[in-house]
Write a protein that binds this ligand. Structure first.
Ligand code: 13P
Length: 262
């Protein structure tokens, strides 16, 4: 199986203005010298208004940290008040964009069809989509999580070729584990991440399945990252709360790289 570089992506959600963003990225960069980046890819996903400042910092100081956005419009331009397009993100040299986060599905009515269109827009403009999916508590309790994730994958990937799917980062985020302090056990997370890889293998071939990265997200911290990342099909994490603290996030990234701690 091809080696997959672990990815730790910090989803800041609606936190930190552009000045605070600069401070946090500088602290992370200071804590994580170059040697770590051969073993782990580190990305921050700030609010839109912070991205230009982070781009300037990363470019100016030649930092190895990557960055991206938390959402993308399905349209390229036009009368879509409040939206930000793929070409705009590309111009800011965003590496990643989160698509289909449960908070957008829940609070902004994003359906699987919209998520599919947004993944498509990201691929079109060569910004790597971090495609999120996951079940709510009631579905998990009714043991319907594997079926639901399968449906979300079918719908989210509709119409894509194997070449396109190979460029997607998958992120399993069980809704009941987000911001609750309740992490899925590593076995539970592995169960779903393995389903994702089998799904990709079945539909798009073994080669595609071997290269795609599958992340877990939901209350990931420095205290649980090592166990999660040790699972066969978990290639990193999408981190919310813990990505807002420089020390904690750097420690988490260092552990994902296999140490030593900064
Ligand atoms: O939603 C998440 C990342 O996208 C997870 O958030 P927490 O790490 O705060 O649970």
């Amino acid at each position: 199986m091809a080696a997959r570089l672990p990815l730790i992506a910090g989803n800041w959600k609606m936190n930190l203005n552009h000045l605070e963003a600069i401070g946090l990225v500088q602290k992370i960069a200071f804590s994580l010298p170059e040697k770590y980046f051969a073993k782990v890819e580190v990305a921050v996903l700030p609010p839109f208004v912070d991205i230009r400042s982070i781009q300037t910092l990363v470019d100016g100081d030649k930092l190895l940290i990557k960055y991206g956005a938390q959402d993308i419009s399905q349209h390229d331009s036009g009368a879509y008040t409040g939206e930000v397009s793929g070409p705009m993100l590309k111009k800011l040299a965003c590496h990643y964009v989160v698509v289909g986060h449960s908070e957008r599905r829940e609070y902004h009515g994003e359906t699987d069809a919209i998520v599919n269109a947004k993944v498509k827009a990201a691929l079109k403009h060569e910004v790597t989509p971090i495609f999120c999916f996951g079940e709510k508590l009631e579905t998990r309790e009714a043991k319907g999580h594997l079926e639901l994730v399968r449906q979300q994958l079918e719908a989210g990937l509709k119409g894509f070729t194997a070449e396109q799917v190979a460029r997607i980062v998958f992120a399993y985020e069980p809704v009941w584990a987000i911001g609750t302090g309740r992490t899925a056990s590593s076995a539970d997370a592995q169960e779903v991440c393995s389903l994702v890889r089998s799904f990709v293998a079945e539909k798009y071939g073994e080669e595609t399945a071997a290269v795609v990265r599958v992340l877990y997200g939901g209350s990931v911290k420095s205290s649980n990252i090592s166990e999660l990342i040790a699972q066969k099909d978990i290639d990193g994490a999408l981190v919310g709360g813990a990505s807002l603290q420089a020390d904690e996030f750097s420690k988490l990234c260092a552990l994902a790289a296999g140490g030593p701690l900064p």
